[in-house]
Design a binder for this molecule. Structure first.
Ligand code: MSP
Length: 508
């Protein structure tokens, strides 16, 4: 049986339309899912929408809709975008679905029955946009420490989760599993946060109704984060012991943005401990994108809309930019200039040119029929071993979720390919009939190296690599076996490739 790999994105709030920040996590998860499938894993890739809570309720009132009407409308925008971005998710969970609501009610009752949820009374400062309670001392100048918006004093009867009880167990788990929270800097932040002391957590609300009712006490709705986090299991069929739940829980990795790390690295694991369930293997928090140096926000009117980027530059260009520009885990800045630079240099010049030059030569010198390689000289073996070493390096970087480094490693072989053409000068060899077999070896090595490059790159750039592999006469679905040198057989038809990535010239 293939090994299992389960990757998730956060489920996105439906009070907002998708922007580049949402696309970022989803593309990263897709790249990882595609890569793992390529490496022979049985992958389950989940994304979805977070549809309950006061924030969504308020947005619906403003829009003159019911919360569900709002959710139905906005969720389509997410689903359409994921389709355009080539996202290969296995499932899309909506928290308003029956399967999810039942699972949340079940885990709530389970923890209540085990004695770790109890009824009490709550009074504290509440930030509605963040759906978070803050103590007096956590506020910064009387405002929410996360978003700097005003907070309000709320007092309500509430169910509490005995989070304090799990402080030491959680710390011990983090200590024993150094890779549980990544990157390291974020792990340290979480450790300090826990060491300051965990308080019991309010996990129900009575001030609004848009949520999953507490079983048996329906004037309470379940706290939106308790509801939302459970999606990672309900999508697999929890609480039923479905084949999917058995195979894929616990998750291999939850990919999230740094702003929601505490929910995933403190709340979620303690809920699971209380329910007696295994914890996810890894939570990875990526950084945030600013736009041309500024925070992205509706009020600044600088929200970057992924559909607009796809229209302008093409889907794989957007995917490439997001994965290449910023090391995963750090903050980054989006600018059109940087994107165009990547497009014209890395994509049009480096990889695009390499393929069009080489396939054009195969057509010109061998009528598009791939010749067999004969004796390999050192220069050929160097290209071969660089290609093979790259596969190993990419595997290491992908394990670290270092997407940008993986692409860098691939691009080193692309540069080596371009240099190989200059050094071997096939146009000179072509003039001398005695060099026909030398020319054949050069063409073979050049095309075979690129076949492997495009196979591994299919995780990042699925639509372009499909075209490239087609012109290289490689029609098999990308697979681990395809990453081995020697896959292309003499006699294969090579077709001259069109420009994979047309240069972008700014229209003035
Ligand atoms: N609904 C919750 C998640 C629940 S998961 C059980 C939520 N939704 S969200 O729609 O507000 O945000 C989803 C993700 O988008 C978060 O991971 C957040 O980090 C990410 N981003 C929002 N703005 C971003 C940037 N400017 N840059 C990068 N990612 C950003 O939180």
């Amino acid at each position: 049986m293939k090994p299992a790999f389960y990757v998730t994105t956060p489920i996105y709030y439906v009070n907002d339309v998708p922007h580049i920040g949402h696309a970022y996590t989803t593309v990263a998860a897709d790249v990882l899912a595609r890569y793992k499938r390529l490496m022979g894993f049985d992958v389950y890739f989940l994304t979805g929408s977070d549809e309950h809570g006061q924030k969504v309720e308020k947005a619906a009132i403003t829009a003159g809709e019911t919360p569900l009407e709002l959710a139905d409308r906005v969720v389509k925008r997410y689903q359409a975008l994921w389709e355009r971005l080539g996202i290969s998710n296995n499932d899309f969970i909506r928290t308003t679905q029956e399967r999810h609501k039942q699972g949340v009610a079940h885990i709530f009752t389970e923890i209540l029955n085990r004695g770790d949820i109890y009824l009490g009374e709550y009074e504290d400062w509440y930030c509605t946009p963040c759906e978070t309670f803050w103590t007096e001392t956590q506020l910064i100048e009387d405002r929410c420490p996360d978003c700097n918006r005003p907070v309000e004093k709320l007092k309500e009867e509430s169910y509490f989760f005995r989070m304090s009880k799990y402080q030491e167990q959680l710390l011990a788990h983090i200590e024993a599993n150094p890779d549980f929270i990544q990157p390291k800097s974020k792990r340290n932040e979480i450790i300090s946060f826990i060491k300051e002391g965990l308080r019991d957590l309010s996990v129900s609300r009575t001030t609004f109704t848009w949520g999953i009712p507490v079983p048996g006490n329906e004037k309470h709705v379940i706290y939106v984060w308790f509801d939302a986090l459970t999606n990672y299991m309900t999508a697999l069929g929890y609480p039923e012991n479905t084949a999917e739940f058995i195979q894929f829980w616990p998750a291999s990795v939850h990919l999230i943005g740094k702003d929601i790390l505490r929910f995933h690295a403190v709340y979620w694991p303690t809920f699971l401990m209380a329910a007696g369930l295994p914890l996810p293997e890894k939570v990875f928090a990526h950084g945030w994108w600013t736009v041309e140096g500024q925070k992205m926000s509706k009020s600044l009117q600088n929200v970057v809309e992924p559909n607009m980027l796809i229209d302008k530059y093409g889907v794989d260009v957007v995917r490439y930019f997001l994965m290449r520009e910023v090391p995963f885990g750090l903050d980054g800045d989006f600018s059109h200039t940087a994107l165009i630079q990547r497009l014209n240099s890395d994509l049009a010049n480096d990889i695009g040119n390499l393929l069009s030059r080489s396939t054009a030569m195969a057509v010109k010198y061998f009528d598009g029929i791939l010749p067999a390689a004969s004796q390999m000289l050192e220069i050929d073996s160097v290209l071969k071993s660089k290609t093979e070493e790259m596969i190993v390096a990419v595997s290491r970087f992908m394990d670290e979720l270092a997407f940008s480094k993986a692409l860098q490693a691939i691009w080193e072989v692309i540069s080596a390919g371009n240099k190989y053409i200059d050094d071997t000068a096939p146009w000179t060899l072509a003039k001398d009939p005695d060099q026909k077999s030398r020319l054949a070896t050069v063409m073979y090595c050049l095309l075979e190296s690129q076949r492997i490059i495009h196979c591994i790159l299919s995780a990042f750039l699925p639509s372009t690599t499909e075209k490239a592999l087609c012109s290289l006469g490689w029609n098999d679905a990308a697979s681990k076996e395809g990453l081995v040198w020697g896959g292309l057989k003499a006699g294969t038809t090579i077709i001259k490739a069109e420009a994979l990535f047309p240069r972008y010239e700014e229209k003035i």
